[in-house]
Every structure is written in C-alpha cells, then in structure tokens.
Design a protein around this ligand. Structure first.
Ligand SMILES: *[C@@H]1O[C@H](CO)[C@@H](O)[C@H](O)[C@H]1NC(C)=O
Ligand SMILES: *[C@@H]1O[C@H](CO)[C@@H](O)[C@H](O)[C@H]1NC(C)=O
Ligand SMILES: *[C@@H]1O[C@H](CO)[C@@H](O)[C@H](O)[C@H]1NC(C)=O
Ligand SMILES: *[C@@H]1O[C@H](CO)[C@@H](O)[C@H](O)[C@H]1NC(C)=O
Ligand SMILES: *[C@@H]1O[C@H](CO)[C@@H](O)[C@H](O)[C@H]1NC(C)=O
Length: 264
C-alpha cells in the first residue's frame, strides 16, 4: 500500500514537473511585420523525443510541426506555407516560440502550442489580434462657387475614430464612409468636411486605438485677393468693351437713318 501511494505521488510529481506555458496570452500582430508567438516548456537536452506542434484552436489546422529533430511540414496548412519557423537552436532550452513572417488578417485567432518530450506532454493556448496601421491619408479638395470640400482617404484596420477640428479646436461636422474589408482585410476610409470660404484652417484626425496610431493632418487654405482684383479688371474691361459696342451700334444706326433721310 505504502509503495502504491509513493508510486502515485512520484507519477504526480513527474507529470506536474512538465509544463508548457505562453508568456503572452494575447499578442498584437501588425500587418506585414513578423510576429513571434512565445511558448516555453520544461526542457530536456535530448531532442530525439521532442514533438512540437503549433495549431489553430478553431479548426485544428497545422501551423507548424517539428519531430524527428526537424520541421515536418507535410500537413501544414497552405495559409502558413513558407511563413513559419521555430528557433531550433533554442529548443534544448525549452523555447518552442513560433515566428510568423508578414502577418495577414487571417492570422488572427487562437493558437495552441503542444509539446511533448521524455518528461511529459502539455499544451497552452494564446490569442493573436490583427491590426494594420492606416496609410498616409490622401488629400483632395473640391471647390465650387459657394463651398469647398476637403477630403481624405486612407486604409487600415480596425475601424478608426475620425475627428475634424476647426481653427479654435472646435469639432466640425463631417461625412464619413467606411467601406467593408477589402481582400487584404483593410477598411477603406473616406471622410469629407465642408468648409466655409475665404480662410480655411481645419485639421483631420484619425485614431487607430488598437495600435495607438494618431494621424493629424492640418489643411490651411486662403484665397489670394489677386484673383478678385483680376476679376474686377476683367469685368471693367468687359464693361468698357460693351459700352463702346453700344455706342458704335447707336452711331451706325444714326448714320443709317441720316443716309435714309438724305436719300429721300
Ligand atoms: C515557398 O518557397 C519555395 C522555395 O523558396 C517556392 O518554390 C514556393 O513557391 C514557395 N511557396 C509559396 C506558397 O510561396
Ligand atoms: C525564444 O527565442 C527567441 C529567439 O531567440 C526569442 O526571441 C524569444 O524571446 C525566446 N522566447 C522565450 C519564451 O524564451
Ligand atoms: C457647391 O457645393 C455645395 C456642397 O456640395 C452644394 O450644396 C452647392 O449647391 C454647390 N453650389 C454650386 C453653385 O454648385
Ligand atoms: C490654424 O489654426 C491653428 C490653431 O488651431 C493655429 O495654431 C495656426 O497658426 C493656424 N494657421 C494659420 C495659417 O492660420
Ligand atoms: C470632439 O469630439 C470628440 C469625440 O467625438 C470628443 O472626445 C471631444 O471632447 C470633442 N471636443 C470638443 C471641443 O467638443
């Protein structure tokens, strides 16, 4: 009886002594950049029995696997082809971290790190969130005789907060269009603010809270008075030409009448 209990305790201790942990349960991965999914396990210098498998929790898709002391990628999901690697030289230290190159939107989700070696088997779960920095906003300005519209366009992920501020930091009303995710998983943002002439001093602000991105793009426009001066000169010249025309027409008419009278 004593030996049985001792045996159970020893087995328990052995099992408890093997652990797989993830240092970050949540990882923020940024579009186009590499992401390192950390995973640690109780090391065993003998790698011959080591099996490391990274898989997606949602559908058990294989992200990366390693056994017989090398990468085994036959069953790897095509979505991860050529993009994953382990730090092989770190495995004997108990580091089974996975590197994913050039993060894509569909990389977001739950990942399971499963490790077994002579000391035991274990697993740990972590979540990867995806974000994309908004691109440099493209400015365009539309003018008509009474109003002026300032427009910015940009792409990123997730949905941003948009604010337009006036000269005295007051909130301005604006139009905002958010077009659904494109195939590369980005939101297309178009925002228009209508401004009053003649002096425009407004600031477009876009915040991607997930990535702490804060873009501020001021637009300052003033109307050169020269344009008005030119208009006045053009109008004056036109008026003079008109008056001269009218005089010539009247003079011709009078001449004609005189001719008719003298011919009678
Ligand atoms: C992976 O890389 C190999 C060699 O570098 C290349 O031939 C293959 O087309 C790549 N596959 C994908 C899906 O990019
Ligand atoms: C594992 O190794 C990689 C590469 O050296 C390193 O960046 C990472 O921090 C290590 N992870 C852990 C959990 O030690
Ligand atoms: C100028 O644009 C504003 C805003 O789009 C519109 O309400 C207005 O009718 C336009 N005026 C003219 C003369 O086209
Ligand atoms: C525009 O307004 C800001 C304050 O919101 C001010 O600091 C800046 O000098 C103004 N620019 C011009 C050209 O008036
Ligand atoms: C402008 O709007 C933002 C959010 O919509 C708000 O946080 C801010 O306090 C407002 N500022 C002013 C001056 O009303």
């Amino acid at each position: 009886m004593f030996w049985l209990i001792l045996c159970v305790v020893v087995v328990d201790v052995l099992l408890a002594s093997f652990e797989v942990t993830v240092p970050n349960k949540h990882l923020l991965a940024i579009r186009g950049r590499p992401a390192v999914l950390g995973c640690e396990f109780t090391p065993d210098p003998d790698l011959s029995n080591l099996v490391v498998t990274w898989q997606r929790q949602e559908d058990a898709r294989v992200v990366h696997s390693f056994y017989y002391q090398q990468d085994q990628l036959d069953r790897q999901s095509l979505k991860y082809h050529n993009r994953t690697s382990l730090y092989v030289s770190e495995l004997h230290k108990g580091n089974a971290s996975l590197r994913i190159a050039a993060v894509r939107p569909k990389d977001a989700g739950w990942y399971m790190c499963i490790v077994s070696n002579t000391k035991g088997t274990g697993r740990a779960l972590m979540q990867v969130t995806y974000g994309a920095l908004y691109s440099e906003p493209r400015l365009s300005i539309h003018v008509n005789s009474s109003a002026l519209k300032v427009q910015f366009e940009t792409e990123g992920f997730p949905k941003p907060e948009v604010i337009w501020l006036g000269e005295h930091d007051q909130n301005l009303s604006y139009h905002l269009e958010i077009h659904g995710q494109t195939e590369d998983g980005l939101y297309f943002i178009k925002s228009i603010c209508e401004a009053q002439k003649p002096v425009i001093n407004i600031t477009f602000t876009l915040k991607n809270h997930l990535l702490n991105q804060n873009l501020q793009r001021p637009v300052v426009l003033s109307y050169d008075e020269d344009t008005t001066d030119h208009m006045i000169i053009v109008l004056a010249v036109l008026s003079v030409v008109c008056i001269l025309l009218v005089i010539v027409i009247i003079w011709l008419a009078v001449q004609k009448q005189n001719k008719q009278r003298s011919s009678l």
